[in-house]
Structures are given as C-alpha cells and as structure tokens.
Design a protein around this ligand. Structure first.
Ligand code: ZN
Length: 348
C-alpha cells in the first residue's frame, strides 16, 4: 500500500454557486464515496494552507487577484458568464491553490507517496488575468510554479484529462520547456482551444501536447492515447513530478460532455500514469480536482483513481450500465494526428 494524501477543507463547501453544476454537492458526494469504499480511512489527511499572493502572482496578475478578492468581499455574483463567486470564494480559492501547494510539499518531502487535492473552485481554465469556466485561480499552474521555485524542479509533467481543454494551464506554460503539458479533451468543446497543432512556442515548442478526442471516444480511445503518446513521451521527458488536472466530466454519464469513459477507464489511466511516475520520479503524483458534474458518478470515479494510487485493491463499482467500449477508426484519427505532429519532437 502507498501513502496517499487527501487535501480537504470545509471552506471548499463555502464557495457557494447555488444551482450551478459546479457546486458544493460534488465534494459531499466524493467524500461519501471515499468513506463508503473505506478509502478515506487509509489516506493521510493534509490540511491546506492558503496560497500567498506572491505564490499566485507567479501565474496571475496582481490586479486580477485583487479584483477577485474585492468581488467576493462585496458578496460576489458572476465574475464572467460562467463563473460564480460568493462571499467566501476568495478564501476558498486561496486554499484550493494553497492545497495543491501543500500537497506538493508533502509529496516532495516524502511525507506521502502521492496526493489528491479535493478542492474547489477548480482551476485549469483560469488565465493570468481572467476567470473562466468556473475557475478563479489556476491551482495546478500555481502548484507547478511552487514546485519549481521551492524544489528547483525543471521537469514537471501536467496531465489534464478533464473533458475540457485546460487552456489556462496551456497558456501559462506555452513557452516553457520545464513544464510538459499533456491534455486529452473533447474536440471542439468548450473553450474551443487545444488543437493538436498547438505544440508550444519558442523554447517551449514540443512541450505542449494536445489530444482532441472525437465525441463518443471511450476507454479504449483514452488507452490508445495514453499508451501510444503519453507513455513514450513521459519516459523520454523523465519528469521529477507528475501533476494531474483530474476532471471527471469525460465520464459517460456527465451532463456537460460527450466522451464515454468509465470508472474502470479512469483506473486504467491512473495505472499508466502511476507506472510512469514509479519508474521516473519515485511515484510522485499530485492530482487536483477539476470538473465532473454527475453527482451519481463523480464519487465512484474519484475513488477509482485514488484506489489505484494507494494500491488498496478496492472494487469500485460502475454506476448505472456502462456504455459499450469502442474505438472506431474515425475516433483514432485525431489521436493519430496528434502522434504524427509530436513525432517532430519525440521518438514515437
Ligand atoms: Zn471540464
């Protein structure tokens, strides 16, 4: 068994978004599932610290950080058409980014083998000076900057398997060879970026990998992308730390998207990532919650991931009847295109 840290704080429930799909019930259902599967007992609780303004400023403009703070202070509302803010959202967002930082500290100092940050608001759409897609601050990007600053890392792998492209993270590190960003997402879906041809620029060229997936792509398609592209690239890049922007909206039951991943598929992907991390960086993985909006599924999917990280051997059930797993030749086209483009930078 491995020691897996769980970052959680009740403040995350107080980022009150009302009937918005990204609401506090998500965390309640995840915590319940972790308890029902007796996974939570085996995890190591990690209390998140608040990110400091200086830590946020590595990714975000100071005037934007202040704007979020003031907006929340005045009671909140909608900061952009998608992103709700309540009175305590600023505090929650500081702890969400800070939670990823604390998780990294625990993993880097060997207090735990890996960690899962059960945080909200999510982060991967947040840009330097703009909230977007339910995200205020980019938790994973802020965490990666901390890992680099505090531990001198110069090879960090971020895997973003949320069904939406992690455009905020991609933008943050687009010209940066120290952070390899790998994203699978539904093609043409929000926010519309993440084409395979977006490969990074300047010194960062070849360190952004976008794998758009056709609607309907399920477990086999993800497996194909992870084994044919992520695995060989990661072995060549040899990250010192692996981070996961862990969204669960690629699950077949998700109301906001159309990929057909199952809990078993999430487990398989985690296995692949864990094998890579075990091989090249002592198993150091920090995952952070992004999307995932079916309350009946999200707890099971998160449990499936943590079960693999911890090697607990729990049987995680598939809520409802899983769709037939299929990868049609047409679904492979976008993955093969990404592989072909990346051949310029990696041995594939
Ligand atoms: Zn998403």
């Amino acid at each position: 068994m491995k020691k897996v840290g769980l970052v959680y704080d009740p403040i995350f429930m107080e980022h009150n978004t009302g009937s918005h799909p990204e609401n506090a019930m998500r965390l309640k259902y995840i915590l319940e599932a972790l308890e029902n599967y007796k996974i939570r007992d085996r995890m190591v609780d990690i209390e998140p610290a608040e990110a400091t303004v200086e830590q946020l400023e590595k990714v975000h403009q100071s005037w934007y950080i202040e704007k979020v703070a003031r907006f929340a202070e005045k009671g909140g509302g909608y900061l952009d058409p998608d992103t709700a803010v309540s009175g305590r959202s600023y505090e929650a967002a500081l702890k969400a980014a800070g939670g990823v930082i604390t998780a990294i500290d625990h993993v880097m100092t060997g207090k735990v083998d890996s960690a899962f940050a059960l945080v909200r608001p999510p982060g991967h759409h947040a840009k330097a000076a703009r909230s977007m897609g339910f995200c205020l601050f980019n938790n994973v990007a802020v965490g990666a900057e901390h890992a680099r600053e505090a531990y001198g890392l110069d090879r960090i792998l971020i895997i973003d398997w949320d069904v939406h492209h992690g455009n905020g993270t991609a933008e943050t590190f687009y010209g940066d060879p120290a952070v390899l960003f790998f994203s699978t997402h539904q093609q043409g879906h929000f926010p519309g970026t993440g084409w395979a041809s977006e490969v990074g620029m300047g010194r960062g060229e070849g360190f952004t990998i976008n794998v758009p997936l056709a609607r309907g792509t399920g477990d086999s398609g993800f497996y194909y992308a992870f084994t044919r592209l992520l695995e060989p690239v990661a072995r060549q890049f040899e990250p010192q730390l692996v981070m996961i922007s862990a969204g669960f909206d690629a699950h077949y039951s998700d109301p906001l998207a159309g990929l057909e991943l199952t809990c078993n598929g999430y487990a398989k992907m985690t296995e692949i990532v864990k094998n890579i991390a075990d091989e090249v960086c002592n198993g150091r993985i920090v995952a952070s919650l992004e999307g995932g909006y079916n309350l009946g599924a999200i707890g099971h999917a998160v449990s499936a991931v943590i079960n693999v990280l911890g090697e607990y051997g729990v049987r995680v059930e598939e809520p409802g009847g899983a769709p037939p797993d299929r990868i049609q030749p047409t679904m492979r086209v976008t993955i093969d295109e990404a592989i072909n483009i990346q051949k310029k930078y990696w041995k594939l």
